[in-house]
Design a protein around this ligand. Structure first.
Ligand code: SAH
Ligand code: SF4
Length: 346
């Protein structure tokens, strides 16, 4: 009896070579197999057409490829596309393709659900089922890349980890997937085009700095006031704004990178001028860019999107403090594909 099949995407080129040698196969085949897996991103061993049937059988007896099956595809009237992917164990995750005139952004998930419970977020209501594997993360990008080409004739230009889950709680798999997305042996995309969005976990941010990451970091701040932030982001109880600030100072010193703050404007909750003042104060310790995000409804009656009057005043105040600030309009709201709405309803 064979042991359980293993995930072949976890093997290095060297390990594939060793496997082939120990099964009396020619070791030069290892680079072909590796290329099929990462560069030609095949979904099954059957697709490896320049490899003998016997080797393909040997591989499929010992390994599996963690690819995804699109379960539902929804197209928004603004051309955004949301795909629910079915995973090998039946779980569902969502990925979103956001095309524009000259670029296409893939918004991908890092976990099935999320256990951090931010009150404004639909994913937070699901709880956490499990982490995604390297292959599951990588293949979301592949599927959305093929879709961008096939449907809109666009190359994938950007990737954001703003789908379901908290990427820094699936640290190793997310970093390995990013490594392969940016490697010449994989998709060859510049890490400068990849943004990881996190709720802001100080310990893990320091680890990112120590690992000298080359991709961008975005922090979901949403309030610069400890008590207020804790009210709707329970993670703040154990990962305070103060600890986050120290981690960001460390991150900036080590990497020289600017930090992006995502700030969701919630009517009457965090969108006043005193809130903007606290935010400006918090931004003094490192170079930042602030994205003001429109709230997308997730059915919680506590939250409404900020009025345009408040939004404009908030924006102007930050500008007057010489901060770099953008207002980000949502895409794909009609199909629940906007930030915070991903919950795989089916
Ligand atoms: N867990 C990570 C990444 C996934 S959430 C994080 O929290 O950053 C991606 C982004 O969507 C975050 O900035 C999050 O705060 C934001 N978001 C969550 N719910 C939202 C909502 N209802 N409307 C708009 N943005 C929302
Ligand atoms: Fe999790 Fe991010 Fe949603 Fe918070 S906003 S519950 S961290 S996915």
């Amino acid at each position: 009896m064979k042991d359980e099949k293993r995930d072949i995407l976890l093997l290095s080129p060297e390990e594939i070579k060793q496997f082939l040698e120990s099964n009396k196969e020619k070791s030069f085949r290892a680079s072909q197999v590796y290329e099929w897996l990462w560069k030609k991103h095949c979904r099954s061993f059957e697709e490896m057409t320049n490899i003998s049937k016997s080797l393909r059988d040997l591989l499929s007896e010992n390994f599996f490829i963690q690819s995804l099956k699109p379960a539902t595809v929804q197209v928004s009237k603004d051309t955004t596309i949301k795909i629910a992917f079915r995973l090998f164990d039946g779980a569902l995750i969502e990925g979103v393709l956001i095309p524009s005139e000259d670029r296409a952004t893939a918004c991908i998930s890092s976990q099935v659900g999320c256990n951090l419970g931010c009150e404004f977020c639909a994913t937070g209501k699901l709880g956490l089922k499990r982490n995604l594997s390297v292959g599951e993360i990588y293949h979301q990008v592949v599927e959305l890349m093929l879709l961008a080409k096939g449907k809109y004739n666009l190359s994938l230009t950007n990737i954001v980890f703003m789908g379901m889950g908290e990427p820094l709680l699936n640290y190793n798999n997310v970093l390995k997937a990013i490594e392969m997305i940016s490697s010449d042996k994989g998709l060859g995309m510049s890490p400068q085009r990849i943004t990881l969005s996190t709720v802001g976990l100080p310990k893990m941010i320091k680890k990112l700095a120590d690992d000298s990451i080359k991709f961008h970091l975005a922090i979901s701040l949403h309030s610069a006031n400890e008590l207020k932030r804790s009210e709707f982001m329970p993670v703040n109880d154990t990962n305070s704004l103060q600890a986050l600030k120290e981690a960001l100072i460390y991150f900036n010193k080590k990497t020289g990178e600017r930090i992006t703050f995502e700030y969701l404007l919630l009517n009457g909750i965090n969108d006043s001028i005193p809130d903007a003042k606290e935010l400006a104060e918090y931004c003094k310790s490192f170079p930042v860019k602030i994205n003001l995000i429109e709230y997308n409804s997730t059915g919680n009656p506590k939250f409404n999107k900020s009025t345009s009057k408040n939004t404009d005043a908030f924006f102007s105040f930050l500008k007057s403090r010489n901060l770099i600030v953008n207002i980000r309009r949502s895409r794909g709201q009609d199909i629940d594909a906007a930030c915070g709405q991903l919950a795989a309803k089916k």
